[in-house]
Design a protein around this ligand. Sequence first.
Ligand code: AHR
Length: 502
Amino acid sequence: MRTARLTVDPAFRVGPVRRHTFGSFVEHLGRCVYTGIHDPGHPTADADGFRRDVIDLTRELGVSTVRYPGGNFVSGYRWEDGIGPVEQRPRRLDLAWHSTEPNTVGVDEFMRWCAAAHVEPMMAVNLGTRGIQDALELLEYCNVPSGTHFSDLRRANGAADPYRVKFWCLGNEMDGPWQLGHKTAREYGRLAAETARAMRMVDPDLALVACGSSGTTMPTFGEWERIVLTESYEEVDLISAHAYYREEDGDLASFLASAVDMDRFISAVAATADAVRAAKKLDKRIHVSFDEWNVWYRLRAESPPPTGDDWPVAPVLLEDRYNVADAVVVGSLLISLLRNTDRVHAASLAQLVNVIAPIMTEPGGRVWKQTIFHPFAQASNLASGDVLRVAIDSPTHETAKWGDVTDVDAVASHDAETGETVVFVVNRSTTEDITLEVDVRSLGAVRVLAATTLHNPDHTWAATADDDSSVAPRPNATATVTDGALTAVVPPVSWSVLRIGR
Ligand code: AHR
């Protein structure tokens, strides 16, 4: 059997485990909002029509922030359509997803949902068809206590206290030709800078996210970040990154190693930001908001938006069904986000419900967990304290896309207060069991508190509404600690969580 040697040491600290790493995303897209989080006829619906069963799973998932209302949707959105008496709200064409937006859910309902789900809102403003004025008015509506037109309007709509939204995305994917109001880097960089400067006049304590690239394969990747930050560095705090991965042409090995791309993406954006910083002779650092990431099979039948005369409300869109390999990739992407915690200060799994989502619903019916729910919930609920880089000496295998990659990838968290250390590990080999030998001598006398592995002999197993639990993280009885060495056997295509402590 192959052996991978790992070393975990609190001296290998990268930075804190950030709650904002475990954000998600709710877009007015397909059935994410309508019949997803919102389903007034559902037996568990609350007074706002929000499904309690979805709220419960959102909490179980351990989501920290939720980005809203898009996504591509936001670039044509008029936020004021979604406030005031529901029966007076206009129905609008949603050009991004060729749908009809009924505006039954808007900013006030979303804020109430956030409160119920115990999540922090992360708002996006429309810099596609709109601009600075609209962003200012939405900010005033959300964050100004009272005494002005929009703050008093919010109060009249039932919210006496301001929402105090801290994180704001300055548009969405403005580098993408598919985006309404798509711009060049120079055009967007200027707009982002001026929008940010104006928003800070209203509220200086915001965390403002400029749009970075929609993926590393964008022709403008790199130059986009350099130009946008050259224009806006002084005004913004973070730059976004978006990445979706999928298994292509049956190449499971490359797919399982998708985190190679995420690592490179983060370091390229950080390097570009630092180059702008050097050129401008500034101390301030720009951080990364990885505010869309997931597995997404874009070419599947459920992904394309409707066409022609049909402008449905909440059509079935992007309802990917995730298998065990997809969950292992999601786990490996979480490893990448965590080990880059010095530069990644926020991230959002795209999305939360029904649309490329860990949580699925039947309209009026059942709620269920996809396979990708498990690694996210475990990482979010168990990582605490500091993130530790793990030194990895692992067998490798060849992949078509990324060359030689290690069979094993891992990161750890260490909580000095509780004394608990958690090792998050993926085995990316498609065929081999691997014995892990983890040097934990630096942690003193520790024992295994719990060890689980998510794996199935058939890695294409996918959950359904009828069975979302027969494949899930299960206790890994091979995990033991002897003489400062944690050993465990991890099967091919698997995600494991090893908790050790006193
Ligand atoms: O998350 C689905 C879509 O992917 C978002 O609307 C867009 O920002 C991205 O292209």
